[in-house]
Write a protein that binds this ligand. Structure first.
Ligand code: AMP
Length: 210
């Protein structure tokens, strides 16, 4: 089963993917994480993507689509698409890629969240440099300050989690990504994401079944 998680930055896609991968047999495909890995490894793709990411803008479709296509050569099923697709062009490209692999998207889970919650979530966020787990300075504190509970990795604030960048990212979400709700109208399931990560997982698990 392949699932897309669709929702604004800060709606809980990353943490929900973490839980789904821990408790079920999914693998998370996070384009944001893949870009960040490429940036830390200073690859050509990372260098191209970095200028867009640091401004809060979307990376061009051609770059993003080829990165996903490469990923799908190794792992093609039981995927959770976290942060991809984010544009019509990406959604069409994903359809083609999956058709070639005789796979498909089974469900699209739309995390519906109040805009007023997002800014607080994103400005307090910290990410483990090693496993990419997400923490929050108020809502999801690590046991030891600045250190990941799972692998002792250092927690860092993402450069694009600054208020001015968040505004640009939310604009990109509204203009380019939210229209995908219509694109996937036959497969979409809307979930109220104004809740804790555990509650969100429970809500989604009920929908997906065992
Ligand atoms: P995320 O970790 O999903 O919040 O993504 C962080 C940033 O990576 C985004 O703000 C974009 O700059 C870039 N990015 C991630 N996924 C995509 C995508 N599907 N298309 C274009 N840019 C993306």
């Amino acid at each position: 089963m392949n699932i897309i998680l669709l929702g604004a930055p800060g709606s809980g896609k990353g943490t929900l993917s973490e839980f789904l991968c821990e408790k079920k047999t999914f693998t998370q495909l996070s384009t944001g994480d893949l870009f960040r890995d490429n940036i830390s490894n200073k690859t050509d793709l990372g260098l191209r993507a970095q200028e867009f990411i640091n401004k809060g803008k979307l990376v061009p479709d051609s770059v993003t689509n080829s990165m996903v296509e490469m990923y799908l050569n190794n792992k093609k099923k039981d995927l959770i698409f976290d942060g991809f697709p984010r544009t019509d062009d990406q959604a069409l490209a994903l359809d083609d890629m999956l058709k070639n692999l005789k796979e498909k998207i089974d469900q699209v889970v739309y995390l519906d969240i109040d805009e007023s919650t997002l800014m607080g979530r994103l400005t307090g966020r910290m990410i483990c440099q090693i496993c990419k787990r997400s923490y929050h300075k108020i809502n999801r504190k690590p046991l030891k300050e600045g250190i990941c509970d799972f692998d002792n990795g250092t927690l860092v604030v993402r450069p694009d989690d600054q208020e001015d960048k968040i505004k640009i990212r939310l604009e990109a979400y509204h203009n380019q990504t939210a229209p995908l709700i219509k694109f996937y109208k036959d497969k979409i399931i809307k979930v109220d994401a104004n809740c804790s990560p555990v509650e969100l997982y429970n809500r989604v698990e009920k929908i997906l079944g065992s």
